[in-house]
Design a protein around this ligand. Sequence first.
Ligand SMILES: Nc1ncnc2c1ncn2[C@@H]1O[C@H](COP(=O)(O)OP(=O)(O)OP(=O)(O)O)[C@@H](O)[C@H]1O
Ligand SMILES: [Mg+2]
Length: 291
Amino acid sequence: MSAPMTTHLGSGQDPHGAARPTPLLEACDLVQRFPLRGTGGFLRRPRLQAAVDGVSLALYPGEVVAVVGESGSGKTTLGRMMLGLLTPTEGRVLYQGQDIAGLHGEAWRRFRRDVQVVFQDTGGSLNPRHNIGHSIALPLRHNRDMDAVSAAAEVDRLLDAVGLPATHFRERLPSELSGGQRQRVGIARALASKPALIVADEPVSALDVSVRAQILRLMADLRAREGLSYLFITHDLGVVRALADRVVVMLQGRVVESGTVDAVLGAPRHDYTRQLLAATPVPDPSQPLRA
Ligand SMILES: Nc1ncnc2c1ncn2[C@@H]1O[C@H](COP(=O)(O)OP(=O)(O)OP(=O)(O)O)[C@@H](O)[C@H]1O
Ligand SMILES: [Mg+2]
């Protein structure tokens, strides 16, 4: 037997493999309360509604965790808190073990670079007056300090990586692309910052079925090639099966069930998860998307 390891293992790993490494991103008892519209007034405090009500979850390097739940269950609110876009009412978000509320200056910029977001209409948020090469070059210049020549080469690589041949697409304006192509540009722009994690909030739900499959395949592929992690917010259990390792089911701001995709979808314990499964058509098993 080899000698016991006494060196530092960094990232909290235990020599016996009992503990997992430090999560990349972790939500600890997150709560978000919003004032209920129409309930506040002169000298009267508005009533509050908990959109997220005590959610904890951890995402480990290289993992894909799906968050599912009905409309209004708090998925986007959870995602925005984990991205640092919304301050939690209670609880903490840890990035590589550090509370993001305590990150400033360069550490905050690094977090914002490392954790990117792709949402339903990411492509729609591209500047309509910039050609897409320019839009992708901006984060390369600002976040990765590239000079114009290296940025141009990287733009081409990223466009190719998302399946848009650079020579055809680099000079086009967003209005000259289809919705699916724009969404690919949005993904390329997110990748431009070399993120460790992408929070994807319904990234394919606005797209038709064939484009949806292409983009999911692309995301699975990028995970394998670039070692990305995803926090994948979706209504769609087909997407969960295809892409995720673990799944968290939310209902009215709380996690009602979580575990590996096989365990949760194979033997759902909560009524809500069963209903969700019953309402989902079974995808074609001959078309695995998982990388
Ligand atoms: N800025 C806000 N102010 C007040 N209430 C909000 C705000 N943002 C979200 N909410 C409320 O919080 C709850 C959760 O919303 P959220 O957008 O997180 O749900 P979701 O699970 O992402 O839903 P969907 O699947 O429809 O996108 C909803 O009741 C919503 O109305
Ligand atoms: Mg949402």
